[in-house]
Ligand binder design. Structure first.
Ligand code: ZN
Length: 496
């Protein structure tokens, strides 16, 4: 019997992989190469593929196979047992949520993203309000369907994005930020640093920027035979296996550092993916351990390594060589200070390293209040302005620059945002542990980023998603999550 279920499972997985591969390739193409007018024709093909994929994934024989294998999980070998456990958990939604509600919700997600875009464009929250109300209602119902003895309400959603992290852990984390970071930021961002006009108001040829981004892929030992670097409006990393990892960056002609730090950020995600043990390729154990752990790697490469003085001591001459005229008379110190300026700002994706987690705190409070019913969607804009003033010290004048700035809620992603802040905090704790075993600064100064990659591969990357975020953290740092490393790191860096 077991044999039969195993065959059904493996055969179905093979089909699922092929459909997902096709859809993945289509979406990569859509973000990077697709001509504008190709969209309608393509949408028809996507609809067919998506429907077929749903049929395969919801086939009763397949679901039964997963359940039967799960019942006999003790008899499976170790990594297959973890795979089945994860797979079984991921089918909870199909099992517990009525099919019609689930399908209606999928349509709602598709439609509400365009309502959101329209609302943002016209600065009119009311255009999006009705969709968002439905999304919040569905997510509140979802927490009822999926609740367990341990998880209820918002915790159900939080655990979906970062296993083992609920309001208990996040409250502790964000309360510490509130106590220690909010007053620190408000005073650190009071004074204005002088910025060179050349850096703030220059023209930076995209071809030259591209040359430097390519240079960075070499510095970080990004394997070009198992990956590519391209361009897209919003930078991202996309991969299907450890041997096909694709990243993008965006070249803005008036902001030199934008493409540099986007490339570094995505390289952090990409090196992680390339270093996952290939035995997990194509299974649910491929890819990173969680959103938070993934973001810890990207932010470590971008901020802790990429914005360090040691890093630019080595690589600033190369940047100056490429931008001879533009960076003439701008010293290393000036450049270093420029890329580490902290100021109060309205837009999360443009926020600096220090103020970033405060933007996340605003979203966390709001999500919590929405899901436990304390806050109504119609009161969101007001609540947003209030919390921004309280935490970041600045109040948006429009909803476009306020509550409408992010796409996440329109896609139904409630409980996702907190992982961004968590990632930065993990990064500080992991960096601290790494630094006690290898001399990170000297690795950077000697241009031996490979030493850092290798350490991370051994402790984190190779395991893919076969360990939980908490297991990864304990395995790597010998302790549970502790936000004080992050707060100390920020205070040290931004005390001038
Ligand atoms: Zn990221």
């Amino acid at each position: 019997m077991m044999e039969k279920h195993m065959t059904t499972y493996k055969e179905t997985q093979k089909t699922i992989r092929a459909y997902k591969y096709a859809l993945w390739l289509i979406s990569w193409d859509q973000e990077t190469e697709m001509p504008k007018k190709a969209l309608d024709y393509r949408t028809e093909q996507i609809a067919v593929l998506t429907e077929r994929l749903y049929e395969v994934e919801s086939n009763p024989d397949y679901i039964q196979a997963v359940e039967k294998l799960y019942e006999q999980i003790d008899k499976l070998d170790e990594s297959f047992a973890i795979e089945i456990k994860k797979m079984n958990k991921s089918l909870e939604i199909i099992r517990k949520v009525p099919k019609k509600e689930l399908l209606d919700y999928q349509i709602l997600q598709a439609v509400s993203a365009s309502h959101w875009a329209h609302a943002k464009e016209t600065n009119d929250f009311s255009v999006f309000q009705r969709s968002l109300e439905k999304i919040v209602d569905f997510n509140r119902k979802l927490t009822e369907y999926l609740k367990t003895d341990e998880l209820k309400g918002y915790d159900v959603l939080l655990d979906m994005y970062e296993e083992g992290f609920t309001t208990k852990e996040y409250d502790h984390f964000f309360n510490k930020l509130k106590e220690e970071l909010v007053p620190f930021v408000l005073s650190a961002t009071k004074q204005k640093l002088k910025i060179s006009r050349k850096l703030a108001k220059g023209y930076f040829d995209p071809i030259k920027q591209k040359e430097f981004s390519q240079y960075l892929t070499e510095v970080f030992h990004f394997d070009q035979e198992r990956g590519v670097l391209k361009e897209s409006i919003h930078p991202f990393t996309s991969n299907v296996s450890s041997s096909d990892v694709r990243i993008t960056t965006a070249y803005k002609t008036d902001i030199l550092e934008s493409s540099i730090f986007s490339t570094l950020h995505e390289l952090g995600h990409a090196i992680y993916e390339q270093q996952v043990d290939p035995k997990y390729d194509g299974t649910i154990l491929g890819g990173g351990a969680s959103l938070g752990i993934h973001e810890s790697q990207s932010r470590m490469y971008e901020n802790m390594i990429g914005r360090s003085y040691a890093f630019w001591e080595v690589h600033y001459p190369k940047l100056q060589e490429i931008f001879k005229k533009e960076l003439k008379n701008i010293s290393l110190l000036e450049f270093y200070q420029y890329i580490n300026i902290s100021k109060r700002s309205l837009i999360r994706t443009e926020a600096d390293e220090l103020t970033y987690p405060l933007h996340i705190m605003v979203r966390y409070e709001i999500e919590k209040e929405l899901i436990n019913g304390k806050l109504k969607v119609k009161d969101l804009p007001r609540r947003w302005r209030q919390l921004m003033a309280e935490y970041v010290g600045i109040r948006p004048k429009t909803d476009t620059e306020g509550v409408l700035q992010d796409i996440h809620w329109s896609l139904g992603n409630i409980g996702y945002f907190p992982t961004y802040a968590l990632g930065s905090a993990y990064a500080a704790q992991i960096y601290h542990a790494m630094n006690s075993e290898i001399n990170v600064e000297s690795a950077i100064e000697n241009n031996h980023i490979n030493l850092i990659n290798e350490w991370l591969k051994e402790k984190i990357h190779q395991y893919g998603a076969s360990k939980t975020p908490r297991e990864i953290l304990i395995n790597t740092t010998k302790m549970d999550f502790d936000p004080s490393f992050y707060i100390e790191y920020l205070k040290r860096k931004f005390s001038y």
